[in-house]
Design a protein around this ligand. Sequence first.
Ligand SMILES: Nc1ncnc2c1ncn2[C@@H]1O[C@H](COP(=O)(O)OP(=O)(O)O)[C@@H](O)[C@H]1O
Ligand SMILES: [Mg+2]
Length: 380
Amino acid sequence: MPALSPTRGPQAVPAPTPVPSGPTPVPTRVSADALDLLTDLTAAGVLDLAAVTDVQMVHRRSAGYRITLQDGRRWFAKRAQRRVDGTWSADLTTEGANHRVALGLPGVRPLLPRLVHARHDILVTECIDDHRHLDDHRAAAGGTDPVAAAALGSVVRRLHAAGRRATGARPVNHAAAAVGTWLSPTPTLVAQHPAGFTELTVRIRAAGLAAPLTRLAAGWRSITFIHGDLKSDNLFLRAADDDGHPAVRIIDWETAGLGDPRWDVGSLIGNHLFSWLAGLDFRQGQTLADWLAGAEVPWPRVQDETRTLLWAYDAGPADDHPAPLDAAGITTVGGYAAVFLLQRVTASALTAPVLPPLALAAVQVAAALLTTDAAVELLS
Ligand SMILES: Nc1ncnc2c1ncn2[C@@H]1O[C@H](COP(=O)(O)OP(=O)(O)O)[C@@H](O)[C@H]1O
Ligand SMILES: [Mg+2]
């Protein structure tokens, strides 16, 4: 019986290679796409199609496949999609190169899944099974988790400290790219997307954010190797071990490079703020203060979690500190957290005819972080 057979598509089912020993592969029905990927990986010598017992597809920006091999190994294959305009959904050449840079940094290797195979359209890594995405982990812990926050703060600090000696990393400036999208969107971008995106750019200007965003982007300092896209989707946590430390794994290194370490810290804070805002009920009351008062997870707990993260990042030897979090550092981290919130709003605005209530609240919080001393007050 074949190990795998397509559920649709024109391909004939390849004849299985006899398996010399071990258990018989579990017969699995797979899509033509998955079969195509496995055939490709077999041709590249990465695996043997006949030894695959299961493949599960995960639909994201790029297609993802959890592959189980007969010997029990589990891999995750990410495959970039070619769009109709000829561009690709992800730059896996850069992602593979960055993944290698990170694996080579002292003390950082345990934070990443092992790299099995990398080429321009496919990236195969070890599958992370016994961990949960950051926000699922926080939800399971009741909405916030200061212990996980401390672990995140210290691993990101470790990455940034080691990253100062990274060689071969390309420079990145994510703040300039994000701010440019809002303040000088190209005609193509505006033409391609419905009114929600234009509404967002108008609101950003109306809230007086053009000048602070421009100043923030001008203050970017490329001083160490950063991840560049730290958010729940790209962070896996495992419940605390006996020593009380939850293990952290970081994936998706496509946007990594030589950049501003405060960007990564701001992204983590922005992620915490955004997922908390997503749990507010905007039908109750009119102002941010009303929504905060009715929040299921009380604001002081989120603040405590956030401060714990910053404290853990800031702790440790001063001599290899990439970005001390004094008042100016905190203000910049708060600014980058605001950019994170606006980026999340942008992602939904690109497909929405109007901005939903969560987007408007996120713009308000971003404005507070960018235009007042809120960052220092809230975060330190
Ligand atoms: N090594 C892995 N192990 C388990 N799941 C993974 C792994 N890599 C990616 N994933 C899953 O696939 C999702 C998308 O992968 P990611 O590399 O972040 O791609 P994208 O560029 O589309 O964001 C992740 O959020 C995660 O759920
Ligand atoms: Mg991702």
